[in-house]
Design a protein around this ligand. Sequence first.
Ligand SMILES: Nc1ncnc2c1ncn2[C@@H]1O[C@H](COP(=O)(O)OP(=O)(O)OP(=O)(O)O)[C@@H](O)[C@H]1O
Ligand SMILES: [Mg+2]
Length: 518
Amino acid sequence: MAANPPTILVIDDDSEIRYSLARVLSSRAYAVTAAASGEEGIAAVKQAAPDVIFLDVRMGGMGGIETLQHIRSINPRQLVILMTAFGTAQTAIEAMKYGAFDYIMKPFDPQKVLALAENALKTRADLHAAGEYRPVINTEDYKEGIVGSSPAMQEVFKTIGQVTASDVTVMITGESGTGKELVARSICQHSHRAGKPMIAVNCAAIPENLIESELFGHERGSFTGATGQRIGKFELCDGGTIFLDEIGDMAAATQTRILRVLQEGEIQRVGGTETIKVDVRVLAATNKDLEQLVKERLFREDLYYRLNVVRIRMPPLRERPEDIPAIVDYMLQTLEKQKKARVKKVSGEVLAVLLKQRWTGNVRELENVIYRSAVIAQGDTILLKDLPPEIRETAGPAATAPVSVAAPPAPIPAQPAAEAAVAAAEPPAVTPAPARPTPEPLPAPVAVPPPITVKEALDFVYAQLKAEGTEPVLERLEREMIERVLRDENGNLVRASERLGMTRTTLRKRIDTLRLKI
Ligand SMILES: Nc1ncnc2c1ncn2[C@@H]1O[C@H](COP(=O)(O)OP(=O)(O)OP(=O)(O)O)[C@@H](O)[C@H]1O
Ligand SMILES: [Mg+2]
């Protein structure tokens, strides 16, 4: 394997630190270069971008944070590890804000320096492997935000188109987070009532004793606390559209009143005698099984038929995984426009994980996962490590296996005095990333690798052998295994052949063919 070694640039004005870091990193066959100031570092990056940079925060001349900003403006994907003095957590937070990959506190633990470098290099390789961004969709085509082109969604779009011209009552059903409200808004926007108000009422959120007053208003003194007259939602959106959300959670008395509005087109304020004509289109939604509620007599059957003139069933996301790439692209483009994140795409591995999820919270859950991951992702790509742990866990062993299934870090050779001083003091050299504006704490950047399973080890071995490609896989494995068993059994052919599951004669032949020494 003649690939060029990974390149690491150390920027620090302290020559001892430059020397010791270079020494630690060189133990892993990294090509290490050094710069003695921010200015010098920037010049080096302009000349040839290194794979990873270790950058000191406190330097004479241009400070670390300023240098970081310069470097990131030259190349926004450049991975930079900040080195801060112990006790400057504030600077660390600042560092992450300006896009550092991670930070490490001085004095360093050489093992952690190596783990951090390895982590950064893996991230760099993953970012590189994700390739260039190509938009999946043009967001202009999805002004209402309902993304998807699966057959189930096309049905939805068709029905929306059919019901916009009339005032027909539409019932939108589907699991939570499938986009029922979006559909209601879209129907409203395309209807002749577009210029008039659309009012959404969450029937589940308003206390039972207040909902009638909310919907129909009340007269002064009609109940304790009714100190003045109140105009209800139906009256307020006269000429417009009312969206009755979570209709399955509506109290029986309110159901009766709503039925009346639908039948007569008129309302009465609570405590009032006057009948008021209203011209309102009703859209309704629920994630409950209304038919079941009708059977259980918890929902009025006559109201059910009044509302259920046209039905739009929102498909759960897991039944249309083919829409996921477009939805993710839409969300990332939107986040970028809103300046909430700079991420453009997800890696192939991440997409595979997203496609496998059950998404019980549907598009809302996907949206939440994308947002959480996008704000912590470093480059322009969401990688596996950026996904929330509960989602990442479904990725399976091959995808989650830590980088360091390879040999543990090689021991660092005896250190000269200066280096020993760097490594001696106790405080943890690498800590989990500091708080960032994300709803979830960042996963510790340098995870202690969990013990690997045989299957993971075999996956790794296979991947390595495939990459080497110099020798037939079985032959190599056979040789390695026979050698190990023989060593274990102290060269005893009888016991070794039993363990290997072959006859002694076969073992003899294999030893000859594979030219093994015993
Ligand atoms: N097809 C879609 N494309 C893009 N975003 C969507 C899509 N469907 C839903 N969303 C987004 O998912 C979130 C949930 O959508 P919405 O509120 O319409 O769902 P809901 O069915 O009303 O959920 P609930 O039953 O929990 O009220 C919103 O932020 C919405 O923008
Ligand atoms: Mg809703």
